[in-house]
Design a protein around this ligand. Structure first.
Ligand code: BGC
Length: 804
């Protein structure tokens, strides 16, 4: 007993100390980095920079600063004109944001919740621009100190759901709505989309990213950028590059081959740059082969700009990188959110010649180009009233299109006359999106329960009552954490279990059961295997017992997966009658699920990643931080300048070996001939499609394909045509097949056919040669395989390339 009391006292004491230290640490950190605006203005000694001029637009869009205007001249001339008028100090001032506080501030004029700015130069009529997260919608604060109205934003579906639509036109529409919303709230750049590759299922931020495949990532990302930027709002595509784990994300050194870098991790960004030329790219926190990305000239200048032709600016991730002058010299033009320490370091470096004025000018030119393109230069009077109703409809429609039907033995769609028993906590506490900076402050999230009621379903009252009792007796755990604590402790209320008797009563009083399995994660932490990738014992028992109780009465069970990342499905997928992968569908999630369950919409989503049988089947599993947990806050708060001795470095924390090289996702599962639970590209429909009449020709270094898609079933629906290439006679080590293109049909009526035409530049079939540091197109025979999943490619054609 004594021991227990001692232990408790010790734990409480230790916890207290930790809190004090963390609080102190955060305080110290904030003091050294987040300057108040007044301090900021004083510190940089640009006296014109007064409170009013930083935020020269008030909340109603009334301008107080006369923006520099000379639109008779081309953009580049205007940039030069401004540059010529700027003092060196003013230029350096532009290289860093004006601190997090200036954007976050709840004062009269700033936009609360925006996380950064591009600093203004009022003397020359250069306004400040506001930066705000992304990528599932705009992230600003819903409340403002002295206003009695709210500023909610639309929670669109998470990135992973968006890529599951395989519909780039729809992605463009989502982007347009997001861009318009940003514009109307006075935000100039959205910090998104996220284009990192799903290297391992446990990365806590996978939900913000698109896919394990770079082509799907790149085309989805480019459509998003084009949509957002069509509204005169910029994007900052993140996190460039190889930021595939949250554990030690700020310091982790990715040890990787050039080939894996080029073919897998850079490829998606390359496509985005070439197809959409975004305003900005956000460099990632991590190092690559020993060097911080933010300080890598190789990545930020040689590859990004010289090879790919990127014209925009590169900004750091928040407080990312190490040496300010090295960052600017490497081509990382803007340090966000900007700190006093960085200001001092830049001034010093420019004085001692470490940072030349030529380098400064290069970055300032890029920053000015972005500012001059922004709507702030037009004095755009933003309304603070985006059309949230219209955007909610787009959110609902897109969420429906990205949900993936994994299994259906004829149970779905269901009739509205049925009495539905909702089981599991998440059916009532639906999850709209992940946590951290990828979260959105939306006005509401429609739960599955509400979605069913909205559609006129009758809900079983007993299962609802049991949930309410469960919630009442676990009150505290049902309080949603806010702010930093939401990042550190993702909301995860305790699971519910049912007694045999309760289940029997539920079965007797209902027609069908729906179990929802929920998962959530976010920035700063990776997921774990136990009770996260794997179902918990409670969840497994629930599925087991609910299915046998309902099946004994000849009634069906549907499982809805309300998750942001991949979970294990192989051990239990046989049990329920249908499985719908609903992902996290944003604020209209529950309505979208019911649109599919009721048959109002025919599912057409396809998996953008593989669902493996075992976590260990992933090649990257050998080198991933499997113990999960959070990023090391102490190390983030008190970074040590001294490099750890090699021997002290901890694998998967200080460094991560990407030993699997290019064998990520299906590239690995196919090569190793592993059975998977659900394959990349897989997804069912309520109708059947046939693909036929594949034609293939080679003209002007382009492959031209034609394929006929016919709806053979009895309801209308959309199908995704997927094109893979193989090189059986290859002289190098290559994946068995790789996605080369895809196209989604419009909705086809029963018996309707459409001829899909696809063009693929031959260069896309190249591999990265480490010997020559070049893309090489091997000569010889290639096979083109067309189908509707990576493991279901039933049409093939081949062709020959005569010369390398
Ligand atoms: C995240 C970024 C985000 C930034 C600003 C960082 O911690 O990694 O994705 O855009 O914060 O909120």
């Amino acid at each position: 007993m004594n021991k227990i009391i001692k232990y408790l006292l010790f734990s409480v004491g230790a916890l207290f100390l930790l809190l004090v230290l963390t609080g102190f640490g955060i305080g110290l950190y904030l003091n050294s980095t987040f300057l108040s605006f007044e301090e900021e203005a004083e510190n940089i000694e640009i006296k014109e920079l007064t409170l009013d001029s930083l935020n020269y637009l008030d909340r109603n869009g009334n301008g107080k600063l006369d923006p520099y205007e000379d639109d008779r001249n081309p953009l580049l001339d205007r940039v030069e004109d401004l540059l010529n008028q700027m003092t060196l100090e003013e230029k350096i001032h532009l290289l860093k944001g004006s601190g997090m506080s200036s954007a976050l501030r709840m004062g009269k004029t700033a936009i609360p919740g925006a996380v950064g700015t591009l600093a203004p130069t009022p003397r020359l009529g250069i306004p400040s621009l506001y930066l705000s997260d992304g990528p599932a919608g705009l992230r600003i604060s819903p409340n403002r100190e002295d206003e009695d109205r709210t500023f909610y934003c639309t929670a669109f579906p998470i990135g992973t759901l968006i890529s599951s639509t395989w519909n780039t036109e729809l992605v463009y529409q989502i982007g347009t709505a997001m861009g318009k919303e940003a514009l109307e709230y006075g935000i100039d750049v959205i910090l998104g989309p996220g284009a990192n590759i799903h290297r391992h299922p446990l990365c806590g931020r996978n939900f913000e990213y698109y896919s394990e495949d770079p082509l799907l990532t790149g085309l989805t990302g480019a459509a998003m950028v084009n949509g957002i930027e069509s509204q005169g709002v910029g994007t900052s595509v993140k996190h460039f590059v190889a930021n595939n784990q949250e554990t030690e994300r700020n310091f982790n050194d990715v040890i990787i081959s050039d080939r894996a870098m080029r073919e897998i991790y850079l490829k998606g960004f390359e496509i985005i740059v070439k197809e959409s030329q975004p305003w900005a790219i956000m460099s990632s926190y991590n190092k690559v082969n020993g060097r911080y990305v933010a300080e890598s000239k190789d990545l930020l200048t040689d590859i990004l700009r010289d090879e790919w032709g990127f014209k925009g600016l590169v900004m750091t991730d928040w407080f990312g990188g190490d040496q300010p002058a090295s960052m600017i010299s490497a081509g990382n033009d803007l340090l966000e959110p900007g700190t006093k320490i960085q200001w001092d370091a830049l001034i010093e470096a420019s004085e001692n010649g470490l940072l030349t004025e030529e380098k400064i000018n290069t970055s300032v030119r890029r920053i000015l180009s972005i500012i001059l393109q922004s709507k702030k230069m037009e004095n755009y009077a933003f309304t603070n009233n985006p059309n949230l109703e219209k955007h909610a409809k787009i959110s609902r429609k897109s969420a429906t299109e990205g949900m993936v039907l994994l299994k259906n033995n004829g149970t779905l769609p269901i009739q509205k006359s049925l009495n539905v028993a909702l089981l599991g906590v998440t059916s009532f506490e639906f999850i709209g999106g992940g946590t951290g900076s990828g979260d959105v402050n939306e006005a509401y999230t429609v739960s599955l329960e509400e979605g069913l009621m909205n559609a006129g379903f009758e809900l079983n009252t007993l299962s609802k009552r049991l949930f309410e009792i469960h919630k009442e007796s676990n009150k505290k755990q049902f309080i949603k954490p806010d702010g930093l604590s939401a990042v550190l402790n993702p909301y995860f209320p305790p699971r519910i279990t049912y007694t045999k008797e309760e289940l029997q009563e539920i079965v007797a009083s209902s027609d069908i059961g729906i179990i929802t399995i929920g998962r959530n994660s976010g920035e700063g932490g990776d997921r774990v295997k136990k009770d996260d990738f794997l179902l918990s014992d409670k969840e497994k028992n629930n599925i087991e017992q609910v299915c046998s109780a309902f099946h004994a009465a000849d009634k069906k069970v549907i499982v809805v997966l309300n998750i942001g990342g991949v979970i294990e499905t192989a051990s239990w997928k046989e049990k329920p009658d249908a499985i719908l992968l609903a992902w996290q569908g944003g604020q209209e999630g529950g309505n979208s699920v019911v649109d599919i369950l009721s048959g109002k919409v025919n599912p057409s989503g396809k998996l953008p990643m593989t669902f493996p049988v075992n976590l260990e089947d992933h090649a990257s599993n050998a080198n991933f931080p499997l113990e999960g947990g959070m990023m090391d806050l102490t190390k983030f708060l008190f970074p040590s300048k001294d490099e750890k001795p090699e021997n002290d470095k901890i694998k998967n924390k200080d460094f991560t070996n990407y030993d699997e090289g290019i064998y990520v996702g299906y590239r690995h599962f196919d090569k190793s001939e592993l059975e998977v639970s659900f394959s990349f590209g897989y997804g069912l429909s309520y109708t059947e499609f046939s693909l036929s009449d594949l034609t293939l020709s080679l003209e002007n270094h382009r492959l031209k394909l034609g394929v006929t898609v016919t709806n053979e079933g009895s309801v209308s629906g959309k199908e995704v045509v997927q094109v893979y290439s193989s090189k059986p006679d290859t002289s190098i080590d290559r994946p068995v097949q790789e996605l080369r293109s895809f196209a989604k049909t419009q909705s086809l009526n029963p018996d309707e056919s459409v001829k899909i035409k696809i063009e693929i530049p031959l260069s896309q079939l190249s591999y990265w040669s480490e010997e020559t540091s070049k893309w090489v197109l091997e000569k010889g025979m290639y096979i083109i395989k067309v189908g509707n999943s990576s493991r279901d490619t039933f049409l093939t054609e081949q062709f020959e390339i005569n010369e390398e």
